[in-house]
Design a protein around this ligand. Structure first.
Ligand code: GDP
Ligand code: MG
Length: 198
C-alpha cells in the first residue's frame, strides 16, 4: 500500500505563474515521496493520449459536464456527451501543449486520493480554500466556456490508481522512475516507532 503512485502535472499556467516551488512543496510536505520528475513541452497528440487512457473518460466527462450545466439552470452546448468532450479535449490540447509543464510521480500510501485532496476540485471557483486550485487560481467554467477555452486549473492529478498506472507509463520510461528510501519513511510507516530514543 505504501508504494501507490500517482501522476501530477503542473500545467503551463502553473509554470508561467512561478508556482512550481509552491506547488511541489504542498505535495512534498504531506509525506508523499517524489519518485520521478521532468520538464517537457507536450505535443497535442500526447495530451489526447493522456486524457483518453481511460476508455470511459470521453463519456463520463461529457455526462458530468451536461449535469453541471443543468444543475446551474443552463442549457448545455449539446445533449451528446461525446460532442461535449470533443470540444473539451480540443481546448485541453491547446492549453496544455502551449508551453512547458512539470510532470511528477508522487508515491506513498493512498497517493492518488491524497494528491487529489491537496489539488482540490476541478473548477477553481468552487475548489476548497487550502487546496492548490482553491488558493492560487480564480477561473470558472462560466468564464472559460464564454471564452471558448479550457478552465485554467494549474494541475492535473490522476483520478484513480488504474488511471495513474496508465498515465505514468505514458509520461515516464521505467528507468526514469527512482526507487529509494527516505529517512522519514520510518516515522510515517513504522509500526513500533522504536529507535528514536537513545
Ligand atoms: P480533473 O481530473 O479534476 O482535472 O477533471 P476531469 O478529469 O473530470 O476533467 C479534465 C478536464 O476537463 C478539466 O481539467 C477541465 O478542463 C475539463 N472539464 C471537466 N469537467 C468540465 C465541465 O463540467 N465543464 C467544462 N467546461 N470543462 C470541464
Ligand atoms: Mg481527471
Amino acid at each position: 500500500m505504501t508504494k501507490e503512485r500517482t501522476l501530477v502535472l503542473i500545467k503551463p499556467d502553473g509554470v508561467q505563474r512561478s508556482l512550481i516551488g509552491e506547488i511541489i512543496k504542498r505535495y512534498e510536505r504531506s509525506g508523499l515521496k517524489l519518485a520521478g520528475m521532468k520538464m517537457a513541452v507536450p505535443t497535442s497528440e500526447h495530451i489526447e493520449k493522456h486524457y483518453t487512457v481511460d476508455p470511459n473518460w470521453r463519456r463520463v466527462t461529457g455526462e458530468k459536464t451536461i449535469k453541471s450545466y443543468k444543475e446551474k439552470g443552463l442549457a448545455p452546448p449539446s445533449e451528446d456527451p461525446l460532442a461535449i468532450t470533443a470540444i473539451i479535449l480540443e481546448n485541453l490540447k491547446k492549453y496544455i501543449a502551449s508551453g512547458p509543464v512539470i510532470a511528477m510521480i508522487w508515491q506513498g500510501v493512498h497517493a492518488v486520493k491524497i494528491a487529489r485532496k491537496i489539488t482540490g476540485g476541478t473548477e477553481p471557483l468552487t475548489s476548497d480554500v487550502g487546496t492548490i486550485r482553491g488558493d492560487f487560481v480564480l477561473d470558472s467554467y462560466q468564464l472559460s466556456d464564454a471564452d471558448g477555452r479550457a478552465v485554467r486549473n494549474l494541475i492535473h492529478a490522476s483520478g484513480s490508481v488504474d488511471e495513474a498506472e496508465k498515465e505514468i507509463l505514458l509520461w515516464f520510461k521505467p528507468d526514469e522512475i527512482i526507487n529509494y528510501r527516505l529517512v522519514q519513511d520510518e516515522i510515517l510507516y513504522d509500526v513500533n516507532l522504536d529507535g528514536i530514543l537513545e
